[in-house]
Design a protein around this ligand. Structure first.
Ligand SMILES: NC(=O)c1ccc[n+]([C@@H]2O[C@H](COP(=O)([O-])OP(=O)(O)OC[C@H]3O[C@@H](n4cnc5c(N)ncnc54)[C@H](OP(=O)(O)O)[C@@H]3O)[C@@H](O)[C@H]2O)c1
Length: 283
């Protein structure tokens, strides 16, 4: 049995490989990566694999039984890229695709949802067995902004009082490894998120508590937040996307109370306090 993993040189993929190595013989893991040099440290079979090179994907999935398709990070290009991968999986007789999607990709207001939903549908329509892991927000998305908040003396955003159920990449990675090594998950669509939810006010309060500095959360209008991000040299389109995601968060699109992630991994998800502690250590 061979399990292929795309995006294995990324932050999530690296953690998935670490978890898979604990569970199955290493010669059953094949990483499918755009940059093979980056994969040498993973210590498993490596094949060159670029989502956007449709012709180049022809034989790359030969002998792969199960495929973990970690979504591409090239926003706007990825539905097309993922379709290339699904076509190659079909041609090569892959029996099961596990895909990392987005929380409630079928009805989320997040601008990211459409490409994920298109991919989900294409996988289902291919007739290949599937499992969809609809991953919620990574806590690291916020943890990475803590430095700026501590230096600037305030946490800014447009999420208002929206509740966010994020989890760490390590939590989602473990779930992916659990799922792809157990066929009982075939045909399921999981909504994955952290056990606990918080608002950005709560996040700022936690940062204040742990850093010993008063860091209030300042809620901005979408337009104000875009301008603030641009003033920190965030390119315009990205600033608009980030602010838009916060507006979606204000509508609770990053909230989920089902605790399916902790059920899959058999332990509580990483608490916000721990992620903040880790982020503050790096300052
Ligand atoms: N839930 C969330 O909060 C959240 C946040 C950010 C991203 N995401 C999604 O989750 C995915 C994994 O997250 P991450 O943190 O691991 O992202 P990441 O660190 O940016 O890794 C992305 C991976 O995708 C690979 N990739 C990009 N374009 C490719 C292409 N054309 N062909 C083959 N491989 C390609 C990259 O390869 P290289 O190493 O060669 O660049 C890398 O391995 C992201 O790609 C994105 O879709 C989710």
């Amino acid at each position: 049995m061979k399990i292929g993993v795309t995006g294995a040189t990324g932050q999530l993929g690296t953690l998935v490989i670490k978890e898979l190595k604990k569970r199955i013989p290493h010669d059953e893991i094949v990483v499918l990566v755009r940059t093979p040099e980056k994969a040498s440290k993973l210590g498993v079979e490596t094949r060159k694999f670029d989502y956007s090179n449709r012709d180049g994907l022809t034989d790359s999935l030969k002998g792969i039984d199960r495929l973990l398709l970690i979504s591409s990070n090239e926003i706007g290009q990825r539905a097309k890229q993922h379709l290339n991968v699904i076509e190659s999986a079909w041609k090569n007789g892959v029996k099961w695709i596990v895909y990392t999607s987005l929380l409630r990709a079928d009805n989320s207001s997040l601008s990211l949802a459409a490409e994920h939903h298109t991919t989900e549908q294409a996988i289902i329509d291919s007739g290949i067995d599937y499992t969809i892991l609809r991953n919620g927000w990574y806590t690291e998305n916020y943890a990475n902004t803590i430095k700026g908040a501590v230096e600037g003396g305030a946490y800014i955003g447009s999420a208002s009082n929206g509740r966010i159920s994020s989890a760490s990449r390590a939590d989602y990675a473990e779930a992916a490894a659990v799922v792809i090594t157990d066929e009982s998950h075939k045909g399921k669509i999981y909504e994955l998120a952290g056990d606990d939810s918080y608002t950005l006010h709560d996040l700022a309060a936690e940062v204040s508590k742990q850093s010993g500095k008063k860091i209030p959360y300042k809620n901005l209008t979408e337009g104000e937040y875009i301008e603030a991000l641009k003033s920190f040299n965030v390119p315009g389109p990205l600033a608009e996307a980030i602010a838009g995601w916060d507006v979606s968060a204000s509508n609770d699109d990053l909230y989920d109370g089902s605790k399916q992630l902790s059920q899959l991994i058999g332990r509580p998800t990483t608490p916000l306090s721990e992620s903040v502690r880790e982020a503050l250590k790096k300052l």
